[in-house]
Design a protein around this ligand. Structure first.
Ligand code: GTR
Length: 415
């Protein structure tokens, strides 16, 4: 792990920096309207993130087949139904399968849903004996009974508190989750997960501008969208991607590249997620690339100790989601993720939301703890640590009720 000795947690030591202007192209042209934003600036910013931050996702990996492998109808005291769907991919003579666990409220015909990865297998999110246990590689963890990188029965329901499945169902939403290790095991090894299915001859790792793990996981969310569009029980125009920490970075990136996604929630996503890199507060680009060399594309390390040279910052990533609702959440004690940097990304992305007539973060002053702002760009800082808690889900549901559920605010995806 990267040494945390020289980490800056002192606001007075945040360097002066210029925030890259969203309305000025890399070659100095001024953006005047939505059309220019969408056809010029949004494209160059997306390409920058693709080639220099997260890495390019191959376009040729499409669903080979899918199958509902398990179903139940009278779940959670008859309030919900459950499906477990295997999605199969095949390329280069290699195969990959990931499983989507889906709970849907029984009282809604086509439900809006939250879609997100979990860290320890689908069976941790809810104490339901029918949830299948994945065979994919998992990080060893004593508390969760993960030995020799195998998930086990011990952790069934262990993260119920972090997932709030019943609360979500009661609020009229479905929830879909995937074990992130099935799409790409979280280790610095590009011989496993989805990457090898895309290699050209003699290739055994991605090129400098090709996908790291975050892009691979984001690919998984976009592929889950491919399935959800086929599922008649789901309102695929109201899928909100969700993720905590590294998976919060993933949710934002997936939302940026796939306009079918109706909204995105990043919970404590920090460096490479919502937090501004140029503040160099808490985790920095160098520390994240050192600790997790497989998350971003290799080109991102050009900005190690060199944040000044970045022609973008993470507010540009938030702006790529516009005009779709985005929720950025921080935790007070989670200084490593730089709560203020997460907040300011929302603030600096707001002018693009305003261009579309949407609401965002209007003041540079952070709100107090537990005082959520439910705008189209939403934000809260909760008291406590780096985690997803019941409080967080309560806010996400309230906000989704305003911006996703109601017909009036429905955002139609562009082709
Ligand atoms: C940390 C990492 C963060 C964050 C977190 C997580 O160790 O430095 O960027 O992503 O892991 O995903 O839990």
């Amino acid at each position: 792990m990267f040494s945390q000795q020289n980490v800056n947690y002192d606001e007075s030591k945040v360097p002066d920096f210029e925030i890259p202007d969203l309305f000025t192209t890399f070659d100095g042209k001024k953006i005047r309207n939505i059309k220019e934003w969408e056809t010029i600036r949004r494209i160059e910013l997306t390409n920058f993130f693709i080639n220099n931050v997260y890495g390019k996702i191959p376009e040729n990996l499409n669903i080979k087949s899918w199958k509902i492998v398990e179903e139940g109808t009278g779940e959670i005291n008859g309030k919900a139904r459950r499906k477990q769907i295997d999605i199969h991919y095949e390329n280069n003579g290699k195969k990959l399968t990931f499983n989507i666990l889906l709970y849907l409220p029984n009282n809604i015909k086509k439900a809006p849903i939250f879609l997100g990865f979990n860290f320890y297998g689908n069976h941790v999110v809810f104490n339901d004996p029918n949830i299948l246990i994945s065979n994919a590689w998992a990080r060893n963890n004593e508390t969760y009974g993960i030995v020799n990188h195998k998930l086990s029965e011990i952790s069934r329901g262990a993260q119920e508190i972090n997932w709030q499945v019943e609360k979500i169902i009661d609020a009229g939403y479905g929830i879909a989750t995937i074990f992130y290790g099935e799409v790409d095991p979280d280790r610095n090894d590009f011989s496993d997960g989805i990457h090898p299915l895309s290699y050209s001859e003699n290739q055994n790792k991605p090129l400098e501008n090709e996908w790291g793990a975050i892009s691979a996981w984001a690919w998984g969310l976009t592929k889950a969208m491919d399935y959800l569009e086929k599922d008649k029980d789901v309102d695929a125009s109201k899928v909100i991607v969700f993720g905590h920490s590294r998976l919060g970075k993933t949710a934002l990136w997936a939302g940026a590249i796939d306009k079918r996604i109706a909204g995105a929630i990043s919970n404590n996503s920090g460096c490479g997620g919502a937090a501004l890199s140029k503040r160099k507060f808490g985790e920095t680009i160098k520390s994240i690339n050192t600790s997790f060399p497989h998350w971003f594309c290799d080109n991102f390390s050009l900005y190690n100790d060199n944040e000044e040279a970045l022609p973008v910052d993470q507010h540009s990533l938030i702006a790529l989601l516009a005009p779709r609702p985005v929720y950025i959440a921080s935790a007070y004690e989670d200084k490593w993720a730089d709560p203020k940097g997460e907040f300011l990304s929302g603030y600096y992305a707001t002018p693009i939301y305003k261009l579309y007539g949407k609401t965002g973060i209007d003041s540079k002053e952070m709100p107090d703890v537990n005082q959520p702002i439910y705008n189209c760009v939403a934000y809260h800082i909760r008291d406590g640590k780096h985690a997803v808690l019941e409080y967080d889900w309560e806010q996400y549901i309230q906000w989704a009720n305003i911006h996703i559920k109601s017909e009036k605010n429905k955002i139609k995806p562009k082709p």
